[in-house]
Structure formats: C-alpha cells, structure tokens
Ligand binder design. Structure first.
Ligand code: PEP
Length: 257
C-alpha cells in the first residue's frame, strides 16, 4: 500500500452467496466489530437481487455496496441482464468486471470486459477490473504478456480523467477459491507490472494514483504481508469475505501503519 498517493480498498466478492436476511445479519455482525475510524475503503459486492437489502443494511456504516457484473447496453431486449444505470439508480458504487469465473463460465472476453468498463464509467460507477493468468499460462512464462493485453484491452477508450475511477484487481486464476495464495513477491511483481503498464498508457502521475488490488485466497493469515507490499493497494476477497470476523481481520490488516 502507499496511502500517500492512492486509496486502499478492501472489497468482498460474495459471489452467489447469502440471502437478503443473511446480508442484514452480516451487516450487524460487521457493525459490532468495525471501528468508527478507518483508513481504508470497504466495499461488499453482493448478488444483484440483494443490492437493495445491502444498501439498507450498510447504510450507516461507511461500507459501499458493489455489484458483481453489469451489461454494457443501456436498455432493451437483453433478458436477464442489468444495466449500469440501473445499478447506479439503486445506490451501487462499485462493480466487478471480468472476474475469471465470468470469463471462464459465462463467455466474457477482453472485448466485452472493455464494453462493460466503458458503460460502467459512463454511468458514474467505479469498475473493479479483474485480470489474471491461469496456471498453464504462468507455467508457460506468458503471465506478463497476458496481463498487459488484459489491462490494455480493458482500458481501451478510457480517458485519463475517468481512469481515476477504475480499480484493477490482479487475480491469478490458480489462486481463486483454491486456498493457494500467490506469495507476496509473486503478487507484488504482477501488481507492479500492472502499474507500469498503466504508466505507459497514461503517464506516471495517473499510474501512481490508481488502486491495484490483489485477489486469490486472501485471508486473515496472509493479508498483512500481501497488503504490506508497496503496489498492492487492497484486496478482492471471496471466501473470507463471507464471515464478518474474517473480513474485519482483513480490513484491520489494511489499516496497518
Ligand atoms: C474472488 O472471487 O475474487 C476471490 C479472490 O476469491 P477467493 O478469495 O475465495 O479466492
């Protein structure tokens, strides 16, 4: 982290977990342990149907609500989809775009990720753009080429003034939901590379101010070390964000000096 130049953001990705009632219970549990003052921003990305319940539950808590996906068209015959304006209208602040589960299971490509990023920014949302390599790609030694491609395609057409609203999450696919965490060195190496890629595209000042998260089996036991790396400005947390105590421990790890 480098709080002098950029925000630290801890974001939970609940995936397809928790009902509206469970959302309320989680918020109460988190409120009971959350100190009033904090240095990092906290976001909880809930299933789309539970957004209204989450907005209500986290209202007095300085916890922002995020969505896990968005469609890029404004309106029309797109059965089952949700637009960026609809999310914004509900009070959503962040939206995860291009999560590897969506790329692998729901046919998302770098092209659709880019369209979603542009639509989210257009509506005034903060996209959390996920990039990351598979184990095969890491073993082939093409991680950095792949990450550069994913970052450049996701940001195509994004003007500099809007880049400030974007968060990039480095999520190695082999570390998501597997219990395998990238070492702090592996995570930091790629996060630094992402910042360098952004610097080549937008210049040093903007690259210095963009929040880059790490995601992949982050938990209370490894958060402190991961978040202690200069270029890791927060976490995107799946499994460990489902338990209020574990999530709070990670938030506390982000509040380190
Ligand atoms: C994720 O889904 O973005 C994620 C990082 O999951 P987990 O923390 O469970 O690996």
């Amino acid at each position: 982290m480098n709080r002098r130049y950029r925000k630290t953001i801890i974001a939970g990705n609940w995936k397809m977990n928790k009902t509206a009632g469970e959302t309320k219970k989680f918020a109460e549990e988190l409120k009971a342990v959350m100190p009033k003052t904090k240095w990092c921003d906290v976001v909880v990305c809930v299933p789309a149907v539970n957004i209204p319940a989450a907005i209500k539950a986290f209202k007095d808590m300085r916890v922002s609500v995020g969505a896990q996906n968005v469609f890029y068209e404004k309106s029309g015959a797109y059965t089952g989809e949700v637009s960026a304006d609809m999310l914004k209208d509900l009070g959503v602040k962040y939206v995860i775009i291009g999560h590897s589960e969506r790329r692998q299971m729901f046919g998302e490509t770098d092209f659709t990720v880019n369209k979603k990023v542009l639509a989210a920014l257009d509506a005034g949302l903060h996209p959390i753009i996920c990039v990351g390599e598979s184990l095969e790609q890491r073993e082939l030694g093409i991680t950095m080429e792949l990450i550069a491609l994913q970052v450049k395609s996701a940001l195509a057409g994004v003007p500099a003034e809007k880049l400030r609203k974007c968060v990039i999450a480095y999520e190695p696919i082999w570390a998501i939901g597997t219990g395998k965490t990238a070492t702090a060195e592996q995570a930091a190496e790629v996060c630094t590379f992402i910042r360098t890629t952004v610097r080549h595209l937008y210049g040093a000042r903007i690259a210095r101010s963009i929040t880059i998260q790490y995601g992949g089996s982050m938990k209370p036991g490894n958060a402190f070390e991961l978040l202690g790396q200069n270029d890791i400005d927060g976490g995107l947390i799946g499994g460990a964000s489902l338990n209020a105590g574990d999530f709070m421990d990670i938030i506390n790890a982000a509040n380190q000096d």
